[in-house]
Ligand binder design. Structure first.
Ligand SMILES: [Zn+2]
Length: 252
């Protein structure tokens, strides 16, 4: 900024200061504006000349690089020392922010607690349902079949659903893992199904296009498993029986 600009700024500042209501009330307001401007001009002129003298003195003296480095370092550390407390004050949360943070932390804790309880309940529900299905005869109070037929499936094969325990009796069917899994993951999954659901004979199918090619041929076991072939449910014969009964009823 040039000296002229500085002076104008100083002048306008002085005017701005004087224009406060308290100052306007006094009768000598215009006089003090002029006085303030001239004073500001004097101060600036004085500081500018001093500054110029200092510059000239510096230019005359030969200053080594290390001295400059030392001066810069000192200046930087001094300014940082004054800035750091201000920054700390700015970074420190206000009482409102602290309260909000506390509320958020409490909410997070509550969600975690509720999720844990929910997971426990879900696990218990699964166990209870499995026990109910295992002990269900799938017959109603009159010892008649409680299994209903459902045909609303894209493979056009009928499924049976027990009205008492919600067990789904599935035919031999394909089930697709999403996303496709490696053969290693597929074998682990089959073991899990055998242990937890008692279903044996699930066959994994891998996409030969995803297999590693050696000597122009895909290597079995290196590709991605895109679908499993599940055997039919051990009670599917009851679904078949229901289907034949239905056909007989239609024929007669
Ligand atoms: Zn049942």
């Amino acid at each position: 900024m040039t000296t002229e600009q500085d002076l104008n700024k100083a002048g306008s500042k002085a005017v701005a200061t004087v224009e406060t209501p308290a100052a306007v009330e006094t009768a000598a307001a215009p006089k003090s504006v002029a006085a303030a401007v001239s004073q500001a001009k004097e101060i600036l002129e004085h500081s500018v000349t001093e500054h110029t003298h200092a510059e000239l003195k510096k230019a005359d003296a030969t200053v080594s690089d290390s001295t400059i480095a030392l001066i810069v370092e000192k200046a930087v550390s001094a300014s940082m020392n004054s800035i750091v407390p201000v920054l700390e004050r700015l970074v420190a949360p206000t009482p409102l922010e602290a309260e909000q943070m506390e509320t958020l932390a409490k909410q997070r804790e509550r969600f975690a607690r509720e999720k844990k309880i929910m997971m426990q309940q879900e696990g218990e529900n699964r166990k209870n349902l499995a026990a109910k299905q295992a002990n269900c005869s799938h017959l109603d109070a009159n010892s008649k079949e409680a299994i209903a037929l459902s045909r609303n499936f894209p493979d056009r094969q009928a499924r049976g659903i027990c009205m008492r325990c919600n067990l789904t009796i599935t035919p031999k069917e394909y089930r697709c893992p999403l996303p496709p899994v490696t053969m290693e993951q597929a074998l682990k999954y089959i073991q899990h199904v055998e242990r937890s659901e008692g279903i044996f004979g699930v066959t994994p199918y891998e996409d030969p296009k995803t297999c590693r090619i050696e000597d122009g041929k895909p290597v079995h076991g290196t590709g991605l498993v895109t679908h499993f072939l599940y055997p039919e449910h051990r009670l599917y014969h009851r679904v078949r029986e229901l289907l034949s009964r239905e056909q007989q009823a239609l024929a007669s």
